[in-house]
Design a protein around this ligand. Sequence first.
Ligand SMILES: N=CN[C@@H](CCC(=O)O)C(=O)O
Ligand SMILES: [Zn+2]
Length: 434
Amino acid sequence: MTGNSPDLLIKNIGVLATPVGNCAAGGDGQSDIQFIENAFITVKDGVITVVGSAENLAHIIPGEKTVVIDAGGKLVTPGLVDSHTHLVFSGWRQKELSLKLKGMKYLEILKMGGGILNTVRNTRKASLDELVANGMKSLDRMLEHGTTTCEAKSGYGLNLEDELKSLMAIKEMDRYHPVDVVPTFMGAHAVPEEYRENKKEYLRLVVEEMIPRVARDKLAEFCDVFCEEGVFDIEESRYILECGRAHGLVPKLHADEITPMGGARLAAEVGALSAEHLIYATDDGIRAMAEAGTIAVLLPGTSFYLGESFARARTMIEAGVPVALATDFNPGSSPTESLQLVMNIACLKYRMTPEEVLTAVTLNAAAAINRASITGTIEVGKLADIVIWDAPDLDFIFYHYGVNLVRTVIKKGRVVVQKQERQEDQNAAFGVPH
Ligand SMILES: N=CN[C@@H](CCC(=O)O)C(=O)O
Ligand SMILES: [Zn+2]
């Protein structure tokens, strides 16, 4: 009897909101959300076994060991998926803020040897353990804000040894932290200072030494390149991504972030799973992505933080490109772990609806890192990655902004975040003299 009873029962869900399916949703499909009122969920061995509405709850027989969570009539969604982060680094860059306020541009700071190159100097000096400790702290913050899976890029090592160290740090974090961490190799994040006069030689190092080693040691699933003016141009980016693919690394691309370079089209041409940023993607690039089925990973927090324009999310959705949203968490252009904040910015600045945003941070984000068959929706057979919000409905989390509205986070069926609830009676007692 106990053998068949669920490990976890979440009951009294006011409204359960989830996309459905295992594939990225574009066009009208981006706003297809299933809403179930008065819902419950059961979980066994970390996997969702039943999603039902209250009238069927009587059929569920909890065992002695079943953990029962009362969702208190609140909103429940899938755990959030952050599909673009630069999680592994040492040293924050708060000094750049005053430069930015004086009008200095992101690429100017990089050209002076600051920006990414500043972080490279600090990351090279850091030990593996230090990188893991820094990353774990940020993963804690992500989890508190509802993120249950994230992607993480290397790219602050920029030599064989330190790129491997960064990817090993990701592996360690994935092993020890409840958040699942999916690794991307990004040795082509910048040209390191020692190769400034000899970029060709750095390209050779990436292609002939780093990629084969990363692939051999199974340290990454994806290969990403910063395709940008003064960093890697279109043909250099194509060369690196094709070499990565030949070694089994799926292409991704930082495309058209600060300069319109034709990155969106390149991503489509090389069969990239996703193109990221896309602030200056052209109509032609967007069409090419729609035809190729490339997912757009948009990063509105970065536009907000750099004072740049906002990507044309509505044009992309209307063209049928599936849109995902991510933090771009990094120490320079987007120092935030909160996907919730990004959801708010996307709603208000991209004019994406709450339904479109929910798909963008769950199903589409999972698809952008090849995880849509196991997470990103609340459906039988998927991992029990679930958030209970201190909110009565989906609209509320877009309306009440700038605060953390997560109440409970469940990862693979285990409660990993539980906020202290204010008791009704405590509320009632408020203002009563002692
Ligand atoms: N644009 C390139 N890489 C990061 C920024 C990294 C940094 O500034 O340290 C991004 O995606 O925004
Ligand atoms: Zn990035």
